[in-house]
Design a protein around this ligand. Sequence first.
Ligand SMILES: *[C@@H]1O[C@H](CO)[C@@H](O)[C@H](O)[C@H]1NC(C)=O
Length: 377
Amino acid sequence: MASPSGHRRAATVRLPQAAALLLALMLSCCCCRGGARSASSSSAAASSSPKVPAVIVFGDSTVDTGNNNGIGTILKSDFAPYGRDMAGGPKPTGRFCNGRLPPDFISEALGLPPLVPAYLDPAYGIQDFAQGVCFASAGTGLDNKTAGVLSVIPLWKEVEYFKEYQRRLRRYAGRARAKRIVSDALYVVSIGTNDFLENYFLFVTGRFAEFTVEEFEDFLVAQAEWFLAEIHRLGARRITFAGLSPIGCLPLERTLNTLRGGCIEEYNQVARDYNEKLLAMLSRLMASHPGLKVAYINVYQNMFDLITNPSTLGLENVEEGCCATGKVEMSYLCNDKSPMTCEDAGKYFFWDSFHPTEKVNKFFAKKTLDLCYEQLL
Ligand SMILES: *[C@@H]1O[C@H](CO)[C@@H](O)[C@H](O)[C@H]1NC(C)=O
């Protein structure tokens, strides 16, 4: 285990590169605004009997289906080539992917609509949200300060939207049915990566000076505990909660690691430590909250297995994103001006320098569903 001061030294070397990347991302926002906007009305063919009444989503870009489209942030993906492999033709929706995200696949597999609508998308209304709704916001984190870095929706605000949603649901469906939807829904939560990669290790919020990395892990786990207890108090009972992936193996982090090459092992170690603390907290929480079930999604293992055995899913590249050079681009830097974007995203683990392809999202969804049937449904 590296000491906190070890982290500090090692990370300082990367600071100029990291800051340059953030700056590039910020500058690039002015020139290429206004991608195609999703105006899909949900033509949800109501399947005979869905396994749950609704899928309700909280978290960051790994599960954000378009909430950032309408807010004042530079972290967006509602333009080509995002969404280029959507069924029915290219359609950028604000999903950080060439296609769909895990919650979409989970919803479809449970007999609900194939897309979980973003709560802030004006194309959808409460009649759609009654079957599934997403409060997630790309770039957010467990720490309030993470959301501040790129001006996105903080987690406490996602919870406020959830409360507002419940008021609307009661008016729409009546008190009893609204209550049943909320208590029987499957909740999908994925958050935490940005707290380290966009906040702590980038030195942009002061957390780095305030906490050792171990203390910061504890702080984040306490935030996760607050969040879970709060949505349980508001009626949630069946929740999947994703652990951290090997965050040092994301293409952007590999790029920042040019001096040493490969994954940033020090970041992966932090992810493993955090996951262990998260798991312990989840057992404690379930013991003290009868009726609450939280399934821990071992994203670390799932991703690591694929990276070490890419051929099981027909992948040929697990180190770079498909979009542009695949080394640094996401959001506005991943746009359709790049001649280098790959032809077949199905051969890639990553779509952009931070986010998995649709194929990998589908694989993650399958893993999550298996666990849901074992532990929650
Ligand atoms: C995060 O911000 C909200 C809203 O201002 C506040 O209620 C909450 O206490 C904050 N959480 C922490 C840990 O500071």
